[in-house]
Design a protein around this ligand. Structure first.
Ligand code: GDD
Ligand code: MG
Length: 330
């Protein structure tokens, strides 16, 4: 059986101040009417079981948003590595011979997702390798993982190297060399995941989970993404093309690719009105605000709650640093 694991425990700090600790981005409906989480759960309605994994502080809001799904609550938010180790352990424990299909809840997807997902799940059970879904890159984005493809086997290609979030120069080199983006969507059997995780920080964690102590397992592990913990080190990784229109709604800049622009190139998200005078290619978002822009280009201007953010869209990835700094200063 196919167990879809929807990751919904991230804070989405690059979408600050719309995304906050009490209102993470998967519970926002940016660029649509349903929340990102609802859209993701709908996307996997063909799975035999849908598990939404999240951290304790979001559990109630997640249950309210997707009452039809099983909600698996991690004892603590420790990023996607521990989250997926826990969900994979849960799937192995509760379902016979599961294939796990893991997917983030911050994606924009248009097209035949089911066909691609089923193809990846089949490759995962046939090869017993870890499957990552690959996307043809259209720019040297530093927010993604990069997959270097090796020998081609028709439905899938071997993965030679996996490099999470390279710097701009390396990303450019990868795009020129024909690497793929890691869609952040994965498929594996619990056996394959355990084998790949054994010599990583997730190995001891899985043993403690086997011993029936999730609290201790999460207590002892440091936050780490599955990309760093597993994919950058594993030998047995293959890639299957995702083959659909895909984007990660991770930064304010991403909205420029997803939403229609007016004649000044302005993109508006949420509930905001904009008046532009000689202002071009800006992204404006808000929760009931009127924003005026005069003589500025290429900015994201976001007003949400009692907070305002202004950042050049090309530095949109840096909002994560900002949020870390805000938290440090309390
Ligand atoms: N359950 C749970 N627990 N989910 C989490 C946690 C956690 O502690 N931390 C993050 N998540 C969820 C987020 O809510 C999101 O849906 C998903 O995991 C991925 O996290 P992101 O923070 O959005 O990752 P990313 O976009 O920087 O990078 C990943 O996705 C890219 C493609 O979208 C990586 O896999 C990259 O390699 C990939 O290119
Ligand atoms: Mg993301």
């Amino acid at each position: 059986p196919l167990v879809a694991v929807v990751l919904a425990g991230g804070v989405g700090s690059r979408l600050y101040p719309a995304s906050r600790r009490h209102r993470p981005k998967q519970l926002l409906s940016l660029g649509g009417t349903e929340t990102l989480l609802e859209r993701t759960v709908d996307r996997v309605d063909f799975a035999d079981e849908v598990v939404v994994s999240t951290r304790p502080d979001f559990a109630d809001a997640v249950r309210d948003a997707v009452p039809e799904a099983t909600v698996l609550v991690e004892p603590a938010g420790k990023d996607t590595g521990p989250a997926l180790a826990y969900a994979t352990h849960y799937a192995a424990d509760t379902v016979d011979d599961p294939v796990v299909l893991a997917l983030p809840s911050d994606h924009h997807v248009v097209g035949e997702f089911e066909a691609a997902a089923r193809r990846g799940a089949r490759v995962a059970s046939d090869t017993d390798a870890l499957v990552t879904f690959g996307v043809e890159p259209t720019r040297p984005d530093t927010g993604y993982g990069y997959i270097e493809p090796g020998a081609n086997h028709g439905d899938y290609a071997e993965v030679t190297t996996f490099h999470e979030k390279p710097d701009a120069e390396t990303a450019k080199r990868y795009v020129e060399a024909g690497h793929y983006w890691n869609a952040g969507i994965f498929a594996w059997t619990p056996t394959a995941f355990r084998r790949a995780a054994r010599d990583t920080p997730l190995g001891p964690m899985l043993q403690t989970l086997d011993a029936g102590d999730p609290d201790a397992a999460f207590d002892a592990v440091d936050p780490v993404s599955v990309d760093h913990a597993v994919f950058e080190r594993a030998d047995d990784v293959v890639t299957v093309p995702l083959g659909v229109e895909w984007d990660d709604i991770g930064t304010w800049d991403a909205l420029r690719r997803l939403l229609p622009a007016d004649e000044d190139g302005t993109v508006v998200a949420g509930d905001a009105e904009v008046t532009s005078l000689d202002a071009h290619d800006n992204v404006v978002a808000g929760d009931g605000v009127h924003v005026s822009l005069v003589g500025v280009d290429g900015l994201a201007v976001v007003a949400w709650d009692d907070r305002v953010l202004v950042v050049p869209t090309e530095d949109a990835q840096r909002v994560k640093e900002l949020v870390t700094e805000l938290e440090r200063r309390g």
